[in-house]
Design a protein around this ligand. Sequence first.
Ligand SMILES: [Zn+2]
Length: 242
Amino acid sequence: MESKITQHSAKPRISAKNASIATVLVGPQKDRFHIHKDLLTHYSPFFRAALSGNFKEAEEHTVTLPEECPKTFEYFVHWLYNQRLPDEDDATEFHEQWSSPTDDGEMKTGSLIHLYVLCDKYSIPQLKIAATNELFDHVHRSTEPTNLPEPEHVEFAFSQLDEKSGLCRFLVDMYCFWGDMEQWDALRDAEFPKPFLFKVLSQYSTVACGGPQYPEAGIFVCKYHEHKTGREQHDCSRTSWG
Ligand SMILES: [Zn+2]
């Protein structure tokens, strides 16, 4: 099923007359999102399974996600219709909940980490890669000074994802690459998850024992993509420096 989702598969014709609309109820208040069903099921095997077959959800064209954050879900809906992440061209109120121009990038980092976790949970591989690329550029490649991801976001990622996931590995690499003594000192009282600290420590000790010195060339975005096949990795447009 996964292999059917490729960048080359035809996009659904949502402009067609009488297109089916699905409803997704998100968060404790059951915020309603009305989305073209073909669009939702094209990009997510989770929604494809939920909205087809004999499930109650399929009959009612409705999926309920009470534990998800409506803000994060809206970023997914925005991507479905626009095939890009939020930017300055979007409605001001929407863009301001995604990113703040005055906080050294922290809000945007948090938005991307939450979006990545949503993609992981509901199998949305193409958006997961887009979020990874944006996070990589934002934290590692930015020309503006960007702070390291906040400890609370590291905690969130490690509580929701496998520690071998692309995002968890990226967070460890970013702290090892950019974290200097001054930053670690400022984070003295921060609550980091134990598996995260263990990974950081283990990478630092490798360096201390004469291992790789974190050369810049060792950090490239495709390392964090979680491609399903060698072919997909081979076709990735950001396999090295990109
Ligand atoms: Zn890749």
